[in-house]
Design a protein around this ligand. Structure first.
Ligand code: ADP
Ligand code: MG
Ligand code: ZN
Length: 548
């Protein structure tokens, strides 16, 4: 402990006659001092230096930390309980699977556009739950479970909610991830309880969203997730255990069907698969219209044009495009959403917002203009490539300095070898223009290179479009709905040959693009200067100049 100065306090009177305490600094504590003070009739005392009592020390260093631990522990348990849906979760009994009935989701099949096959399959289930006797008379029994599979954002959860709205029977809904975030042993207990409740309420529907979180393949040996496996085993047991005729139908949704444990897909479990794929042209148009109903739109909207420009977009992305357009309409002070709002919002979703403030030098702008016209010219000079819809050199927040948008006239499902090859040539067109005009290249083609390589590779390894490998499959794709990770299934020698073949494809397409641009040098200059001036040109303007 630090040296504590002895202080002596005096009680006297200050200059105003009020009582005051005076404290001196360190002072000799002599006899003469005290007698002199006594004579002067001054009250005085000495501050006694505080000593830590052993009890206090004990409390501070032992009792207090332990108390803190207890309190923290309590808080943590409360928090966990709350997360799991109330203190009941601790009793290992009651499940908190939410029960949805019609009025609560408020969704019907009308809210789901496109996906007619999925809706048909699901309405059969709804019908079965409404009048099981009709099926019983013929002796038909419905599958116990149906699995909705498809890429993210295609409306699987929405479809299940619509089923709840249509079915008018109790609807238990739980997400796979809810099972996983619980204590050990809880997942299995929850499954047991869920099925117990469901059987009491039959006829009813049980919906397990994102079933892949619990239904992943069980791994042999070490490193398995015991908790998840227990939950999965319990689910399998329950599915086998209940009587299908009672009228409990289990729906589940996933976007990684290939990672599901095979046991789940066995007959008697999820033996019916309902594909929920990305919408086609008509589907996209229908989805746009469903979502446009919720906002104020101008009377002359061409939904078909928007649908054509959004090939490959999911329902969720289309819903997002409509919302972005509505936001833009508000920003621009329009009274309702216009075609231009929608078109700009398609580009925002594809390429990010315009970056008007981006500083780009005149030289760079010129390079970007030639680059984009290079793509557009190569595309236009080849048959079997989609018409140019728009070319722009306004930078976007995604980092794109410009882009050329091509829009198919109708729906394309198949791609011929020529089309694939021409597409690679179009992708190399940007770099080809840079080489021809400026004699050097920039980093601007990085995305083109990536796409061209991907396409060339799949031509060789998966589409059977190379001479060397004919129709031999060289790659297997896992996770087809989530980007599709491809892995080679061949010897290292073959892998080297594949690389050669891919390089050869790209090189020859690149040469073709250079040849096309050399032939149309005048148009290249004219169009690039026009684009530089306007920054954005439409497909019609482009074709007009080209045909002149
Ligand atoms: P998933 O579960 O397949 O990932 P969701 O059902 O969560 O997809 O869909 C997300 C959102 O996208 C929905 O709430 C809806 O607004 C929109 N959406 C997706 N598909 C459709 C569709 N077919 N019709 C209308 N809206 C759709
Ligand atoms: Mg979902
Ligand atoms: Zn490019």
């Amino acid at each position: 402990m630090e040296d504590q100065e002895d202080k002596i306090a005096f009680i006297g009177q200050d200059e105003n006659g009020k009582e005051a305490v005076f404290v001196t600094g360190k002072m000799e504590d002599s006899d003469t001092l005290s007698s002199r003070l006594d004579e002067a009739d001054v009250q005085y005392g000495k501050e006694i230096p505080k000593e830590e009592s052993p009890l206090l020390t004990f409390i501070l260093s032992w009792v207090f930390p332990i108390l803190m631990f207890l309190i923290l522990g309590q808080l943590l348990t409360r928090y966990m309980q709350k997360k799991m849906g109330g203190p009941n979760a601790m009793t290992f009994g009651k499940s908190n699977a939410k029960i949805y009935v019609e009025a609560q989701t408020g969704k019907t099949f009308d809210d789901v556009a496109g996906q007619d096959e999925a809706k048909e399959a699901l309405s059969e289930i709804v019908d079965f739950l409404h009048n099981p006797s009709k099926y019983a008379e013929i002796g038909a029994s419905l599958p116990k479970g149906a699995l909705l599979v498809g890429p993210p954002g295609t409306g699987k959860t929405l479809l299940a909610q619509a089923v709840a709205g249509e079915a008018k029977v109790p609807f238990f809904s739980i997400s796979g991830s809810e099972f996983v975030e619980m204590f050990v042993g809880m997942g299995a207990a929850k499954v047991r309880d869920l099925f117990k409740q469901a059987q009491e309420k039959a006829p009813c529907i049980v919906f397990i969203d994102e079933i892949d979180t619990i239904g992943k393949k069980r791994e042999g040996g070490m490193g398995g997730n015991d908790e998840r496996e227990q939950t999965l085993n319990q689910l399998l047991t329950e599915m086998d255990g209940f009587d299908g005729k009672k009228g409990v139908v289990i729906l589940a949704a996933t976007n990684r069907p290939d990672s599901l444990d095979k046991a789940l897909l066995r007959p008697g479990r999820f033996d019916r698969r309902i594909p929920v794929e990305l919408p086609d042209l008509a589907g996209r148009e229908a989805i746009l219209k469903v979502h446009a109903k919720k906002i104020k739109v101008a009377p002359d909207i061409d939904y078909n044009a928007i649908a054509r420009a959004t090939a490959g977009a999911s329902g969720a992305e289309l819903a997002n495009i409509i919302n972005e357009a509505a936001l833009r309409a508000v920003r621009c002070g329009h009274f309702s959403v216009t075609q231009a709002d929608l078109e700009e919002s398609v580009e925002v979703v594809i390429a990010g917002y315009q970056r008007k403030s981006a500083v780009i030098s005149a030289k760079e702008k010129e390079i970007v203009a030639y680059h984009e016209i290079g793509h557009a010219l190569v595309a236009a000079m080849q048959s079997d490539s989609a018409p140019v819809h728009k070319i722009t050199i306004v930078p976007r927040t995604s980092g794109a300095l410009g882009y050329t948008m091509q829009v198919e006239e109708g729906e394309r499902v198949l791609m011929s070898r020529e089309e694939a090859y021409n597409k690679i040539a179009t992708l190399t067109g940007g770099r080809a223009a840079e080489e021809l005009i400026f004699g050097s290249f920039t980093s601007g083609a990085s995305n083109d290179i990536e796409q061209a390589t991907k396409l060339a590779r799949s031509m060789v390894t998966r589409l059977g479009m190379s001479k060397t490998f004919d129709m031999m499959a060289l790659e297997t794709v896992s996770n087809q709905y989530l980007g599709g990770d491809a892995s080679l299934t061949c010897s290292p020698e073959t892998a080297a040959k594949i690389d050669e073949e891919v390089l050869e494809l790209i090189r020859s397409a690149h040469e073709k693009a250079i040849a096309i641009l050399k032939e149309n040098m005048e148009k290249l200059h004219e169009l690039a200067h026009y684009l530089l001036e306007r920054e954005t040109i439409t497909g019609e303007e482009f074709m007009e100049i080209l045909k002149k």
